[in-house]
Design a protein around this ligand. Structure first.
Ligand SMILES: Nc1ncnc2c1ncn2[C@@H]1O[C@H](COP(=O)(O)OP(=O)(O)OP(=O)(O)O)[C@@H](O)[C@H]1O
Length: 306
């Protein structure tokens, strides 16, 4: 069997007396973007800091490509790239000087540093700013430099803590594009509490609340976490709500105005066929029918209560 890129086993962490992370386990086998979701104070940064070896866990183990971060931290860190919530930039260095410094920290052999810098600035779209002081770059470009330092040693596993925080909408789109590119050949875990970000970038979601894992699944599974119970229909024949009660399984119906109705079921997922059939038999002239899904905000709020 292949070795997972990251394997977390029963991770717990306590700051003095208070547990911030409790019994988290997960395993990632493939490249792509994985979202770590959770409200403020849920434990995301703590988990990420432990994954990257910035913080030593109270209990549990983390293996990066089979290497235990606790017993072989230096070897494990060769495979990890990290962009913390506060990018560790040196504002008075140029982009090139800073990346040279980052490369040395990553033990890239001296002869290979210049090539590594050229490749990473190209990849992150900052070649034209190589000689510029970091303090004179916009927030979006500073974030690109932060991502560049995280991947300069070509790690398989990259952790990005709220990578689009504080950026304007255009910069957010650009940084998301860059993250998608780098995730083609790596596993990227990013933390956020911005739900559209998860929808726009992630393939898989882990959600933590009060330090515990409350959800693990695909974005579609997250989307469908709360059972849809309502279906919207447009009926050109304008039947009365009373007449609609012949639809099998219907709990209640509401007339929303003009030709629009909301139909309520215990579980609305498989009711569309029944509705189409009943509308046909009664000649209600169905012109539109769709399942009303819960928004990601509603799912997030529901999971936050767990
Ligand atoms: N150094 C620390 N000492 C004591 N408690 C801490 C420390 N760092 C974090 N905590 C506590 O641990 C819990 C988890 O915090 P953490 O920063 O990991 O959450 P988070 O999900 O990253 O939040 P945010 O989205 O606000 O960054 C919180 O209750 C926080 O107050």
């Amino acid at each position: 069997m292949d070795t997972p890129i990251i394997h977390i086993e029963k991770l717990s962490h306590r700051y003095s007396v208070q547990w911030a992370v409790r019994d988290i386990s997960l395993e990632i086998m493939h490249h792509g973007i994985y979202g770590l979701l959770g409200s403020n104070g849920a434990g995301k940064s703590t988990i990420m800091n432990i994954m990257c070896g910035v913080l030593k866990q109270t209990e549990g183990d983390i293996f990066i490509k089979g290497i235990n971060t606790k017993t072989d931290p230096v070897e494990a860190k060769c495979h990890i790239g990290f962009l913390p919530q506060q990018p560790p930039l040196h504002l008075d260095l140029t982009v090139e000087e800073y990346l040279d410094y980052s490369a040395r920290l990553r033990y890239i052999p001296h002869k290979e540093i210049s090539k590594a810098i050229s490749e990473v600035v190209e990849r992150c779209g900052i070649s034209h700013f190589k000689k510029r002081l970091i303090r004179n770059l916009s927030g979006g470009y500073q974030q690109r430099v932060g991502i560049a330092q995280a991947i300069i040693h070509n790690p398989d596993f990259v952790v990005l803590d709220e990578p689009t925080n504080g950026l304007d909408p255009n910069q957010i789109v650009e940084i998301r594009g860059l993250i998608k590119e780098i995730a083609q050949e790596r596993t990227v875990i990013l933390s956020t509490h911005i739900l559209p970000e998860v929808q726009a970038t992630c393939e898989y979601i882990y959600m933590v609340e009060k330090g515990k894992m409350v959800f693990s699944g695909t974005v579609d599974e997250f989307d469908n976490y709360i059972l849809p119970t309502t279906i919207r229909v447009s009926l050109l024949a304008n039947p009365s709500v009373e007449e609609l009660k012949t639809i099998p399984g219907l709990l209640s119906a509401e007339h929303l105005g003009e030709t629009d109705y909301r139909l309520q079921f215990a579980d609305a997922r498989n009711m569309v066929d029944e509705i189409i059939e009943t509308c046909g038999v009664n000649n209600w002239r169905l012109s539109q029918v769709y399942l009303e899904k819960n928004s990601l905000d509603v799912v997030f709020a529901e999971l936050s209560k767990k």
